[in-house]
Design a protein around this ligand. Structure first.
Ligand code: AKG
Length: 294
């Protein structure tokens, strides 16, 4: 079958239709090793820093320098408390070049362009998530991303969720509730069990949705991308494996939307109209949202 591809962006008409109907889209193997490695290196650097700090504080005696990307952070926190892990944050939002390289990746931007056009702003909310076995912060309750910015942005923000290891039902892959993206922001509260401060949908909404549809688990391989709309209800389960489930969640929106400065500084990731204004790595590292042209 010949797939219809739209003039702008990389998605086919069928993929766009599926995203629009279901509220999410899986793009298997979107990213290559070359695309992923800069972000993986940024994560490894951070783990190295954490290991050095833990050693210095006497929390560990072995920093496991030879351990693999998937194992090292799990080994470092084995037997320690949730609070010791959460001291480093449940997820990380740092300015390391590898993260910019991923956020500015053309394969991701091509897919996003198919959904919102060629003027793309990378929203300031992006996270690196090390889901460590046995740590409560690993599980994320049912929520809509929009609960983190209820008053901002009339247009949906698109989350691009990418695992850096294979995400499985054992290590806590993403779960999505199809066709829940047309709802407004639903009432929610702050989850109080794990100390993470995640927002959690009020149970009555889940009961209402359960009468109509069921959520789906989305086990996917390293480098696959899951795109979803910021009203789409989703969650993830605890990591029951002995290795880290590494992922990133990146977000994009049209440039004419609220840049959400209360969450940080985003950047102009692509502009068909003014390509010279797209933020370079240096701009991003200096917290400049776009390139200034003299
Ligand atoms: O990565 C996870 O486990 C959850 C991700 C999530 O909830 C999000 O990206 O909004």
């Amino acid at each position: 079958m010949i797939e219809a591809k739209l003039a702008s962006g990389s998605l086919t008409a069928e993929q766009i239709d599926s995203y629009t109907t279901q509220g999410y889209l899986v793009l298997p193997h979107l990213l290559s090793e070359e695309d992923l490695l800069p972000a993986q290196r940024a994560m490894e650097e951070k783990v190295e820093e954490i290991a050095a700090e833990m050693l210095a504080h006497g929390l560990i005696r072995d920093a496991f320098p030879e351990a693999t990307f998937e194992s090292r952070l799990a080994l470092l926190f084995k037997g320690l408390q949730d609070s010791e892990f959460l001291a480093y944050g449940r997820s990380w939002r740092e300015r390391r070049p590898g993260y910019y390289r991923l956020m500015a990746n053309n394969k991701i931007l091509d897919a996003v362009e198919s959904l919102i056009g060629g003027e793309i702003f990378a929203n300031p909310v992006y996270n690196t998530r090390p889901k460590v076995p046995g740590v409560a912060a690993g599980a994320v309750p049912w929520h809509q991303d929009k609960s983190y910015w209820p008053g901002a942005n009339a247009n949906p923000v698109i989350t691009v969720w990418i695992p850096l290891v294979d995400a499985t039902t054992e290590n806590g892959c993403l779960h999505i509730w199809p066709r829940t993206h047309r709802t407004p922001v639903l009432s929610y509260h702050t989850e109080e069990v794990t100390g993470t401060g995640y927002t959690e949908l009020d149970e009555r909404h889940l009961q209402r949705h359960r009468k109509r549809t069921e959520p789906v688990a989305l086990p996917v391989t390293r480098g696959t991308a899951i795109l979803f709309n910021d009203r789409c209800i989703h969650s993830s389960t605890p990591n029951q494996s002995d290795r880290v489930r590494w992922s990133v969640d990146l977000r994009y929106q049209p440039v004419d939307q609220d840049p959400m400065p209360q969450h940080g500084v985003g950047f102009l990731a692509r502009s068909k109209k003014n390509p010279e204004r797209t933020a370079t790595l240096e701009d991003w590292l200096e917290y400049r949202p776009q390139h200034s042209v003299r």
